[in-house]
Design a binder for this molecule. Sequence first.
Ligand SMILES: Nc1ncnc2c1ncn2[C@@H]1O[C@H](COP(=O)(O)OP(=O)(O)OP(=O)(O)O)[C@@H](O)[C@H]1O
Ligand SMILES: [Mg+2]
Length: 183
Amino acid sequence: MPTKSELRRQIRELLSVQSAELRATKSAAIAEKLFKEARFQSAKTILFFAATEREVDTHPMIERALKTGKKVVLPFSRMDTIELELYEIKSFEGLKRSAYGILEPVPGVHTKVETSSIDFVVIPGVAFDRAGNRLGNGKGFYDRFLEKISPNVPRVAIGFSFQMVDQIPAESWDIRVEKVLTD
Ligand SMILES: Nc1ncnc2c1ncn2[C@@H]1O[C@H](COP(=O)(O)OP(=O)(O)OP(=O)(O)O)[C@@H](O)[C@H]1O
Ligand SMILES: [Mg+2]
């Protein structure tokens, strides 16, 4: 089995060579699947993530969720504690790029929300397997976060088909997702 770092390298390479056009088309197909999920439809408060330029594009999903009256929450990565802090956003205005180039809410500007108010989590990742094992960017932010959130809250990952691999070498702290929506 390839190691986590080998898998990260392989899949990041595939992400980096995908055209903007394919990324957009596939992301739209994934968005359709997400908005068809019954538990997504009934959720009032959604934790999304702001995608990098290579990941499944969440921007149109967030705009659509805001338009349909959902409360949209984005994470702010606390580098000191490796924790995700959650803030409600009303638009993309006022978000700031983190050291990793990810758009994030600004503590003190955006309104902080409690983990318990989230009723659906959309999860990013570099690679996934059919058992729901997930490989992230290697800091453990989502593993720590998913440990804290109620097990009743749907946690659904989104990724391109080429991000599905045979087996992720999961470790004791790795937390699985329920399903992965792909193109
Ligand atoms: N719940 C936790 N408590 C303490 N340390 C943790 C926890 N979860 C993960 N870690 C640590 O975080 C580090 C990175 O974990 P891992 O390689 O699984 O990251 P990842 O899942 O790829 O990243 P991410 O969750 O940020 O997308 C590991 O050294 C691991 O020990
Ligand atoms: Mg992990």
